[in-house]
Every structure is written in structure tokens, then in C-alpha cells.
Design a binder for this molecule. Sequence first.
Ligand SMILES: Nc1ncnc2c1ncn2[C@@H]1O[C@H](COP(=O)(O)OP(=O)(O)O)[C@@H](O)[C@H]1O
Ligand SMILES: [Mg+2]
Length: 439
Amino acid sequence: MDNPLLNKLPIGICLVDENYAITYLNAFFLDRMSLDLRDNAIGRPIGDVFPEQIKFLKRRIKSVFVLKHPSFSYWEQRPHIFPFKSSRPITGEETQMVQNMEIVPHKDPETGKLCACILIQDVTAQASYFKAQAQLAEELKAEHDAQRQLIRKLDRAQAQLIQAEKMASTGQLAAGIAHEINNPMGFITANLNTLEQYANHLLQACETSRQLIDAHTDGELKRTFAEIQQTHHVDLVSEDITPLLEESKDGLKRVREIVSTLRSFAEDTQTGWGLLNLDETAKQLVQLIGVQHKAPTYKVHCEPANLKWYCESTSLKQALTNVLMNAAQSISDKGLVMLSIQQRGPMVHIKILDTGCGIPEKHLNRIFEPFFTTRPEGQGQGLGLSVAYSAIENLKGKMIANSKPGRGTVIEILLPALTEEQAESISTGSASSQQTESL
Ligand SMILES: Nc1ncnc2c1ncn2[C@@H]1O[C@H](COP(=O)(O)OP(=O)(O)O)[C@@H](O)[C@H]1O
Ligand SMILES: [Mg+2]
């Protein structure tokens, strides 16, 4: 066994007999042991020489003797088995040696006795390289994640800008149109009132003439008068004229209401924080959307009635408009869109439910992504929900979507009550994460 070549190997070799006594150590081992141990290690139990390692070694040595199979310990599992040092090739810096260990069964060719051969490999350099690589990979991953988050934020910000611009121009346009409609509406209403009076006069004159002719004339004039009345359908006209005028007045009243809602909604330039009447806002919104999408039945429920909430009205209105539009668009024939608002302690819970087409499961986790749309080209930009999501996020709220394809969709919005101080910090972009977590 005393082969000088074994002492030149960069591998530690230690032979142990079945009584756990050391029978051989090569120079790799000996050079790294203290002087007093080095001289009298051979023949001694391995537990005496390496007392701290014995528990770990003994189990493995035993398994090698019993199973006659090698046993392996990889550095990642236990990096420092023997208390050896390793020096770096260039700097000479000493560190604790990182080791791979293999214990193999070995039959002594001279005595024929079975022993366990402990082989130690110094993998300090590989381990430190591996660790550096792993750290680098982790750093890269963190950077990658941060970039992905940034891209998501940028996407959202871009979406928000596009929509804000669209809303602003739509708002201006709507306000302008509302104003323009109001002018002709003024003289149509006035003329209709005059027309009603004229019609009443004419009807009265007709009726009085008929009564006079009936009472004071004989057959000829009476017949001619009756013929004239018949030719001009005077009876029918007299009967129809009042309901026609009433219907027109009703129609005008509705146009006036829509225009005034549109105006108050579009011209609402209150962009800062303040108390918003959620009940009224919900009703206005539903009325406006109902003009465009007539198929669904709309219901609004607010508890308590006239609930006022401290928030940034433009963001909230925008979010609600976008969600309600989707709900209305999801119903092509008959169906229900319900907007319910409920105060629950320090939170307001807004639920927008529709009995429309629903969202397939594979789309459900994508609907808040900017530019995700299933609408035909030119009919949707895919910005509605992503903008709504950021708007609610800005208000420190949460937005959750649930849907059953073919049955309908529910979008829930949870808003916390914020103090003026918190609102201030949101406006200046320094909101603390605690507020979000409080949800
Ligand atoms: N209430 C809903 N019912 C069915 N599908 C919906 C509903 N709300 C959203 N969606 C789906 O989510 C997609 C994204 O919505 P949105 O961001 O508003 O963009 P857009 O309406 O422009 O497509 C829609 O294209 C639609 O497929
Ligand atoms: Mg939409």
C-alpha cells in the first residue's frame, strides 16, 4: 500500500478496517493534520482521530461494509467534512476546504481483508465558482423581474394616458354636443308649447263651428260641412292631436334629461379629491350607458342611499364607466346589468354584475392586461379594464373578476376609506405599502 504515487495525488485517501481503525492515510490527509495526530494516527480508531466527524462517517462506513456499495456525500449537502484548509491557487488565500467524499469498499490484495476506502476531493474552487454563478443568476433574475415589472407599469401608464386623452376629448366633445343640442331644444320646446295652444284653439273653433252648423242650418250646408270634415279626417286628427303632442313633450323631456346628465358628467372638472355621491354617480352612469346599449335592463342599488365617499372622482368614474360598458356590451339580447354599492364598515364594496356572455377561463387572468381584447378589430382597444385596474389601485383599492361562460360576469371593487392625509400622499406618489396591505 505504501506507494509513493498515492502521496502525490490531489485526493485524500484513508483506509479504515472493520473495527473502524485507520490502516492507511496518504500525504493529502497527513499534511493537513496536526503534528501530534499525524505520527500516531495509524492503528487508532477513526473516531479518536476525527471525533467531530465520527457520527457522520460511521453510518456511511458501516453501510459500505454491510451493503458493499459505495457511499457518496456531495459538497452541497455537507461542504466541510474534514477540518481541512484549502488555499486559492493565485492569491494563496486560505479558506475552509469544500469537499466531495466517496467511501468505497476495498479488499486488501495482501491480507484479503475488506476495508472502507475514504476518498476526499477538494472542490473549493468549483464550489466557489458555482456559488458565484448561482448568485449571478439570482441577481440576473431579480433584475429581470424588476424589468418585467417596470414594463408592466409602463404598459399601464401608456394605456392610462391613451384612455385619459380619449376620455378628455370624448368628454369635451360630449359637453360641446350637449350644449349644441340645448339650443334647438329651447325653441323646439317653446314652439311645441305654442303649437299645443294653437291646436287647442283650432280644435275648439272646429268644434264650435260644427255645433253652430248643427243647430242653425238645414241639410245642404250641414252635408257640405260634414264632407269637408270627412275629407280632412277632422275627427281622427282631433282625437290624435293631444296624445301626439303629449308624446312629443315626453320625448323632449327625456332628451333634456339625457343632455343634462351628459353635461354634468362630462363637464365635471373636479379632478381632485373630494366627496363623491356614489349613488348619484351610479345612476347617471347607468342612464348614459343605457342610451347607447338598450338591450339590458339596468338596476342600481346603493346602501345607504346617497352614500358619499371621499375619493378621486375622475379615476373612480373612469373605472366604473369602463366596467359598466363591458357589462352592457356582454348582453346582445335580453339580460340584466346590476350595479350595487354597499358600505361595509371602513370599506365600500361595489359590485357590477351582468348576465351576459361571460369570460372563458383562459381569458380571465388576462382581462386586466393592457391591450388584451377579444373584440373585433376596431371595436376594442383592450384598455378599459387595465385602466380601471390602475385607477382602483391608485385609490388603494382592489378589483376582482369572476365569470361563468354563458352565464355572466361579476366585477367587484373594494375601496378603503382614506383620510385626507393618505389621499395627499397618493397624489404626490408617496403612498405607503401598508395601506395596500390593509386590504
Ligand atoms: N363583463 C364582461 N363580460 C364578458 N367579457 C368581458 C367582460 N368584461 C371584460 N370582458 C373581456 O375582457 C376583454 C378586455 O376588456 P377591456 O379591457 O375593457 O377591453 P375592450 O373592451 O376594449 O376589449 C374584452 O375584450 C372581453 O373579452
Ligand atoms: Mg371595454
